[in-house]
Design a protein around this ligand. Structure first.
Ligand code: ADP
Ligand code: MG
Length: 635
C-alpha cells in the first residue's frame, strides 16, 4: 500500500470549498455522474476505434444509497483508471483544479454562477471520506483502491475488483445526511440528470411482464375471471438518454416536440404555441429547442424557465446574459459546451462566444417568426395576441430584431384585420395623410371606452388600430423615430378633424367678439387647472364639448409608468385635458345667448358633465349633482 501527500499549497482546502459552495452542495452528484458519463462515453468511443477489446455490452451508471452505512455509491462501467492514472488525474489534475478554484474565488462573494467545474473534489462537500475502486479497461491492468479523508494525505493500493469501471464510495458526513434519503437523490437526479446520455439506474421497479398475457376463463355460469398480471422487477432508469434536442429536426414530428415539452415541464398542462429547433456547430456548438408559450397576464416568469445544459447535463435555469432578455419568457432547452460557466455574469456578457450565441438565437427566432407568418398567415394572426408582448419587447430592445420584425410584426385594427407595417402604410396613405404630408396612424387602446371616437374616425373612412400592450407607447415612440413622415395619435386625443388636419378649414358661426365672450363665460365655470379650453369651428353635428387628452402628455405618463428613462416625475403629474368647444354646434350658440346667469351656468355644467360622462370622468359628488340637475331639467 502506498501513502502519499497530495501536492497542495493550502493545508486543507476542503473546508474552504465547503464554505464557498455551502448552498450548492448538491452538485456533487451531478459532478460524479458527469465523470461516470465521460468515462463511459470514452469507452464507447475507444471500442468503435477497436482500442477497447471485446464486447463492452450496454454500459449503465448505477447510484446506490446505503442509509445504514451512510454511503452513496456511484458505479460506472466505463474506462476505469490504472494506478498511474489515479495518481495523475485524481491526485494531481483534479486537485490542481480545486486549488485553482480556491485561488480564483477566494475573494469573490457575489456574482458567481453557482456551478463550477470543481469536479471530483466536490464530493468532499458532503463526504468525510471518499474511496475510489477502479479497474481500467486496459488489458492486464490491476484494480486499485484510493482513499482520502479530505486532508492532503491519501492512500493508494491494489485491490481485487474484477469488474471494469469505477466505483466511487462517499462516506457521508454527519452534516449532510439529508442526501441519504432516496427522495432527495431522486429529486437531484430529476433536476440534473434527466437527459444525460448514459442510462442511470437508481433502484428497481415492478412492471407488467411483457411475456405474460393474463388468461380469461369462463366458468359454467358464463362468468368471466381474468388471472392477475404477472410482474417482473427491472432496473429503474431515471433518465431519457436521447432527448428531442439531440435529434435532427427531420426526425421529429409536431407531437414529438409537444411531448418533449411536457417531459421537460411535467407540471405544465398547456400546449406551447410553436417551437424553434436550434442547431449550429460553427462558429460555436449549440443545440436546443425553444417554445413560445401563451403569454397571459398571470404568467409566472419564475416557473418553467429555459434550461441550460452542457452535453446533456443540466447547469442552470438562469439564462440571463446568454439568451436575450426579450426571449427569456420562452421555454425550452439550450445545450452548449461553449458557454463558460465558471465566471461571473458581467464577464459572461462581455464574452465574444456568448454574444454570438445570443445574436444567433435572436436571428433564429426572427427567421422562424417570418416563416410562420409567410407559410400560414391566418394561424400566425390568431396567435398574435399571445406572442405580441415578446415581439414588441424584442423590437424595442434589439435593433436587429426590430429590422427583421418588419416582415411579421402585426398591427391589428379594431375591426380584426391585421397588417404588417408596409401594408398598413399602403392602406392608409391616401386617406390619412394630413396637410403637412404626414401619414397619421390612428389607434385605440380600448375599443369599448373609446367607442364614440372610433365611430367618428370610421365615418371618415379611417382605419383605427387596436394597440393595447403595456409597452405600446414605447414602441410607438420608437416607430416614430425610425420611420419617416408618420405619426401616431390615439383616437380620443382630439376631435377627429384635428387629429388629421386636412386643408378644408371650417368657418366659425361665431364672430371674434362672440368667441371672446364665450371663452370668458366658459372659463368662469370650468376648472382651468385641469382643462384647457380650445374653441374650434367644427361640423355642426359634432358634439358641443369634447374632452381630450393631449397625445404627448398621455404617452409620456404611460411610458413613465412602464419604466421609461428620462421622464422621472411625469407619472406624478396631474391629469391635464383639453376641452374642445365646437363653436358651430347649436347648443353653444344657445349658451352664449342665454342671458340669465343661473340658466347659463346650468347649461354649461350640464354640457360639461355630459362630455365628462362620455370619457368616464364623472364620479362621486359630481355624478350625484349631475343626476339631480338632469331631473330638474326634465321636470
Ligand atoms: P474533469 O471531469 O473536469 O476532468 P474531475 O475533477 O471531475 O475533472 O475529474 C478529474 C479526472 O479524473 C477526469 O478528467 C478523469 O480523467 C478522472 N476521472 C474522474 N472520475 C472518473 C471515472 N468515474 N472514471 C474514469 N476516470 C475518472
Ligand atoms: Mg468532471
Amino acid at each position: 500500500m502506498a501513502t502519499g501527500n497530495i501536492n497542495v499549497t493550502a493545508e486543507n482546502i476542503f473546508p474552504i470549498i465547503k464554505k464557498f459552495l455551502y448552498s450548492d452542495h448538491e452538485i456533487f452528484l451531478r459532478e460524479l455522474i458527469s465523470n461516470a458519463t465521460d468515462a463511459t462515453l470514452k469507452l464507447k468511443h475507444l471500442s468503435t476505434l477497436g482500442e477497447a477489446k471485446g464486447d463492452i455490452g450496454a454500459p449503465i451508471i448505477e447510484i446506490i444509497v446505503d442509509k445504514k452505512n451512510k454511503q452513496i455509491k456511484i458505479i460506472d462501467q466505463g474506462v476505469g483508471m490504472t494506478s498511474e492514472e489515479v495518481e495523475k488525474y485524481i491526485n494531481q489534475i483534479a486537485f490542481s483544479g480545486a486549488e485553482e478554484f480556491v485561488e480564483k474565488y477566494k475573494d469573490a462573494d457575489t456574482g458567481i454562477i453557482g456551478h463550477f467545474g470543481l469536479g471530483f473534489y466536490s464530493s468532499f462537500m458532503v463526504a468525510e471520506r471518499v474511496e475510489i475502486l477502479t479497474k481500467s479497461f486496459k488489458e492486464d491492468s490491476k484494480a486499485v483502491r484510493w482513499e482520502c479523508d479530505g486532508s492532503p494525505q491519501y492512500t493508494l493500493e491494489e485491490t481485487d475488483r474484477t469488474a471494469r469501471g469505477t466505483e466511487i464510495i462517499l462516506h457521508i458526513d454527519d452534516d449532510s445526511t439529508a442526501f441519504l434519503e432516496d427522495s432527495k437523490i431522486k429529486e437531484l437526479l430529476a433536476k440534473y440528470n434527466k437527459f444525460m446520455p448514459i442510462p442511470i439506474k437508481f433502484g428497481t421497479k415492478e412492471i407488467d411482464d411483457p411475456a405474460h398475457t393474463p388468461e380469461t376463463t369462463k366458468d359454467k355460469d358464463g362468468k368471466e375471471t381474468t388471472e392477475p398480471q404477472q410482474k417482473i422487477t427491472v432496473d429503474a432508469i431515471i433518465n431519457n438518454p436521447t432527448p428531442a434536442w439531440t435529434k435532427q429536426p427531420s426526425e421529429l414530428k409536431d407531437e414529438d416536440y409537444k411531448s418533449f415539452y411536457h417531459e421537460l415541464y411535467p407540471m405544465q398542462f398547456e400546449e406551447p404555441l410553436f417551437n424553434i429547433h436550434l442547431n449550429v456547430d460553427y462558429p460555436f456548438n449549440l443545440t436546443g429547442i425553444l417554445y413560445f408559450p401563451k403569454i397571459s397576464k398571470n404568467i409566472d416568469p419564475q416557473k418553467d424557465k429555459i434550461q441550460l445544459y452542457q452535453n446533456q447535463v443540466f447547469v442552470t435555469d438562469n439564462v440571463e446574459g446568454i439568451v436575450p432578455d426579450f426571449l427569456q419568457m420562452l421555454r425550452g432547452v439550450i445545450d452548449s459546451p461553449d458557454i463558460p460557466l465558471n465566471v461571473s455574469r458581467s464577464y459572461l456578457q462581455a464574452d465574444g462566444a456568448v454574444k454570438k450565441i445570443s445574436s444567433y438565437i435572436t436571428k433564429k427566432v426572427a427567421d422562424k417568426l417570418a416563416n410562420l407568418f409567410k407559410n400560414d398567415r391566418k394561424s400566425f394572426e390568431e396567435k398574435w395576441e399571445d406572442i405580441k408582448i415578446i415581439i414588441e419587447y424584442g423590437m424595442l430592445s434589439e435593433e436587429k430584431f426590430f429590422d427583421k420584425a418588419g416582415k411579421f410584426a402585426l398591427y391589428p385594427t379594431v375591426d380584426g384585420a391585421h397588417y404588417i407595417w408596409d401594408e398598413l402604410i399602403e392602406k392608409i396613405k391616401d386617406n390619412q395623410t394630413d396637410k403637412d404630408d404626414k401619414t397619421v396612424i390612428l389607434y385605440a387602446s380600448d375599443a369599448k371606452a373609446q367607442h364614440s371616437f372610433i365611430q367618428d374616425a370610421k365615418e371618415k373612412g379611417y382605419e383605427v388600430l387596436l394597440l393595447d400592450s403595456p409597452i405600446i407607447s414605447h414602441l410607438i415612440q420608437k416607430l416614430e423615430t425610425s420611420k419617416e413622415n408618420i405619426s401616431f395619435v390615439r383616437v380620443d386625443g382630439d376631435h377627429i378633424d384635428n387629429l388629421i388636419k386636412k386643408d378644408d378649414t371650417k368657418i366659425s358661426k361665431l364672430s371674434e367678439d362672440e368667441q371672446a365672450t364665450l371663452k370668458t363665460v366658459l372659463e368662469s365655470n370650468i376648472p382651468k387647472e385641469t382643462y384647457t379650453i380650445q374653441l374650434e369651428p367644427m361640423d355642426s353635428s359634432a358634439n358641443p364639448f369634447i374632452i381630450t387628452q393631449p397625445e404627448f402628455m398621455r404617452r409620456m405618463k404611460e411610458m413613465q409608468a412602464t419604466g421609461g428613462g428620462g421622464m422621472m416625475g411625469m407619472g406624478n403629474f396631474p391629469d391635464m385635458y383639453n376641452l374642445v368647444v365646437n363653436t358651430n354646434n347649436e347648443l353653444i350658440g344657445e349658451i352664449l345667448n342665454t342671458k340669465t346667469d343661473k340658466k347659463q351656468e346650468r347649461l354649461i355644467k350640464q354640457t360639461f358633465d355630459l362630455a365628462k360622462l362620455s370619457q368616464n370622468l364623472l364620479h362621486g359628488e359630481e355624478l350625484t349633482n349631475f343626476i339631480k340637475r338632469s331631473y330638474e331639467l326634465i321636470k
